[in-house]
Design a protein. Structure first.
Length: 530
């Protein structure tokens, strides 16, 4: 059997990639090892969301730019609404017939100019598929569970589980003394879910920033950012100044240092150089006495644990490790060299740019699906030969430069999250590669009201459809941007940033006038005095 492109993984990363490949008239299929598609958003899968899960990203960043969420969805939708939305996406673009479940990929190997994929179905039958391109979209949630490598945890004689198995073992740990290890969104969600039934202790070893989901009713906090602000922060005043004025002053004043006010969880890196936990419900449960915060685990003896903030010993029946997955440890069907080699823009294997990775990325704000959409658009154009990659030496050089930048920008998270990115910069980079970066200046004269919404209103990814060849997509993008501008958060940032820019510009003009007048008249005054 021959197929032009095979996608491994039927989560939203694989589904989006399939959709964009089909739009480029590329013959493609999705192979999903489970009985169900849509990964963690399908509660029938394991791992998956909980029954009480709501998105930690606002609906703006959960929406797909050419297939927006229904207008009546709340700002932070319940998982069931997101699942329904993704199902409608599959149906709308007629993708179901290209998606095959219960198909486990055992081997992906390049032979000659084609990839040979060995597949085993649920009946145990093995077959092969030949293809020109392979897209790995199997997701970061995998079978290779990540546990801390500290020797002290081996001293614990109680039960030890990974939160990947939480739904299976939840009844087993009911009414037991549980210590959750980790500070991610998943750790927060697990702690809050378990705390509905029993007190929970939570240990975060290197501190953690907590970002509230909202500023007020129907005012999501993650959209309090704009394109003008992005340029102002990165090109003019710098992140250090903004971190002091916003991270240390505003955040600490409003929500306490680090967004939690807890000395045990005090962050080690600046606000703009860190990953944020958006499950701030944890802090609410701490205030209610449901969750008890601790810093790093210092010592372990039998079932007793001592933390670095005190010499007190605590008894626990169970340790639950919410410490993620080994992102590079679970591609047993791929050659080790492909797995370990850094990828161009986190997508392209430089030694053979016919194999791609989609979805292995983590933004410190916004959402993964938003970045996946950009990645899948890029991959589709590469497979359709509509784009040309730089030569291998340049690919490697750019990739190494990106790695150095990431290490510098996220010093506290780069080791644990090697795929953590600034979503605003990343989207701009991919948009430029696929010709989707908009010429915003043309709207300044053509439609100044729209330009103001585009530049001063909430940062959004709909702008990357303004160059679309499909007029309907351009029309929808403009409509979406106009709709976003009506959000209270977007109105607030548009007003604030415009006033700051005007004041800043006036100050600059005054300084220039003073310097100009000084350069003209000061020499004359000096000469006259002589």
């Amino acid at each position: 059997m021959f197929i032009n492109t095979v996608i491994v993984g039927g989560g939203i990363s694989g589904i989006m990639t399939l959709k964009h490949l089909k739009q480029e008239n590329i013959e493609a299929i999705v192979l999903e090892k489970s009985n169900e598609t849509l990964g963690v958003w399908n509660i029938k899968n394991d791992p998956s969301v909980f029954e009480d899960t709501y998105t930690v990203s606002s609906k703006l960043y959960m929406t797909i730019s050419d297939f927006p969420l229904p207008k009546d969805y709340p700002e932070f939708p319940h998982w069931s609404l997101i699942y329904k939305y993704y199902l409608s996406y599959i149906s709308h673009f007629n993708l179901n017939k290209y998606i095959f479940t219960n198909q486990k990929v055992n081997r992906v190997k390049k032979i000659g100019d084609k990839w040979k994929i060995t597949v085993q179905n649920n009946m145990g039958s093995i077959y092969t598929i030949d293809c020109y391109h392979v897209v790995i979209a199997s997701g970061s949630n995998n079978e290779c569970l990540n546990y801390p490598d500290d020797e002290k945890f081996k001293n614990f004689t109680g039960e030890k589980y990974h939160c990947n198995n939480y739904k299976k073992i939840k009844e087993n740990i009911k009414d037991k003394k549980v210590l959750i290890i980790g500070g991610s969104d998943s750790a927060g969600d697990t702690a809050v879910n378990l705390a509905q039934h029993q007190p929970v202790h939570m240990s975060i070893r290197n501190g953690q920033w907590f970002q509230h989901r909202y500023l007020g009713a129907n005012e999501p906090a993650d959209i309090f950012y704009s394109r003008v602000l992005d340029k102002f922060v990165k090109k003019i005043v710098g992140k250090k100044y903004i971190d002091k004025r916003f991270g240390k002053d505003f955040i600490s004043f409003a929500w306490g240092e680090g967004g939690s006010g807890l000395k045990e969880w005090k962050p080690k890196c600046n606000y703009l150089n860190s990953y944020y936990n958006k499950s701030r419900d944890v802090i609410d449960d701490i205030n209610k006495g449901k969750i008890y915060p601790h810093g790093r685990v210092n010592k372990v003896k039998d079932k007793y644990v001592q933390f670095n903030e005190s010499e007190k010993w605590y008894y626990f029946d169970t340790m639950l490790f919410c410490t993620g997955y080994k992102a590079l440890g679970c591609f047993k069907f791929l050659d080790e060299n492909i797995v370990r080699t850094p990828r161009y823009k986190l997508i392209v294997y430089p030694n053979d740019p016919t194999i791609f990775f989609v979805g292995f990325i983590r933004p410190y704000l916004t959402s993964i699906p938003m970045l996946v959409e950009m990645q899948s658009r890029y991959v589709a154009k590469l497979c359709a030969n509509k784009l040309k990659l730089p030569d291998m030496n340049k690919l490697v050089k750019i990739t190494n430069s990106d790695i150095k930048k990431q290490l510098k920008e996220f010093p506290c998270n780069s080791k644990r999250m090697p795929f953590l990115v600034d979503p605003y910069d990343y989207c701009n980079q991919i948009a430029k590669l696929i010709g989707a970066y908009p010429n915003t200046s043309k709207y300044f004269f053509k439609d100044n009201k729209f330009w103001n919404k585009l530049m001063y209103g909430s940062w959004n990814h709909h702008v990357y459809r303004l160059n679309d060849k499909n007029p309907e997509n351009v029309k929808n993008a403009m409509e979406n941007i106009n709709n976003i501008s009506q959000n209270n958060t977007s109105k607030r940032i548009e007003t604030k940033i415009r006033s700051y820019v005007i004041r800043y510009s006036i100050n600059i003009i005054i300084i220039i006038i003073i310097l100009t007048l000084t350069s003209i008249y000061l020499p004359k005054i000096i000469r006259n005095r002589r």
